[in-house]
Write a protein that binds this ligand. Structure first.
Ligand code: IMP
Ligand code: MG
Length: 181
């Protein structure tokens, strides 16, 4: 394990198993054949989760990508949300599933939902790999949640600290000394 990590929170096998369960649930919930399902990857944190999840959904989906920024280089949310990359197609009349790495304060997803709702999708749901409910400032919940976790800063499987650690294949708790300097 990396010297910057306090512990491994979720190993590869645990993540894989849960992602399969979520994909199965989603496949069952969007079983109507003639609907369009747009699955949105929120870059960059959900990139591995999105890839693994969508590959296991057993129906046609449109893959879309959005980039949002709500963080500076630190581990505390700034509360400011900015759209860096928008969708490449209209979502009106379509089912939309937002795939996010983690719900923390809820600010990002609240903003995203408010931004996408006026585009008149048929439905809009959230699938988050991780959820830190104790940190919530805005009342918002995932429709599909991988794991509820304690208030600790985690990295890996897409999640970063100042753009580092994204490509480790498991999820680890970062030592507070790394971000407290
Ligand atoms: P929110 O707007 O406060 O809910 O923040 C959501 C975003 O904060 C996520 O998409 C992550 O990019 C980032 N974030 C929150 N907690 C963590 C963490 O423990 N590790 C890595 N990124 C995090
Ligand atoms: Mg992030």
């Amino acid at each position: 394990m990396d010297k910057d990590f306090k512990s491994v929170l979720l190993d590869e096998k645990t993540i894989r198993r849960r992602v399969s369960e979520l994909a199965e649930e989603i496949t069952g919930d969007y079983a109507e054949p003639d609907t369009e399902l747009v699955v949105i990857c929120i870059l960059k944190g959900s990139v591995y989760f999105f890839a693994d999840l969508t590959a296991k959904i057993k129906r046609g989906v449109n893959l879309e990508f959005m980039a949002i920024s709500s963080y500076g280089g630190n581990s505390k949310t700034s509360g400011e949300v900015q759209v860096i990359k928008d969708l490449s197609e209209p979502i009106s009349g379509k089912d939309v599933l937002i795939v996010e790495d983690i719900i923390d304060s809820g600010t990002t997803l609240r903003y995203l939902k408010e931004m996408l709702e006026p585009r008149k999708p048929r439905s809009i749901k959230i699938c988050a790999l991780l959820d830190k409910p104790s940190r919530r400032k805005t009342p918002i919940d995932g429709d599909y949640t991988g794991f509820r976790i304690e208030d600790e800063y985690v990295v890996g499987y897409g999640l970063d600290y100042a753009q580092r650690y994204r490509n480790i294949p498991y999820i680890a708790v970062l030592k507070p000394s790394v971000y407290q300097g």
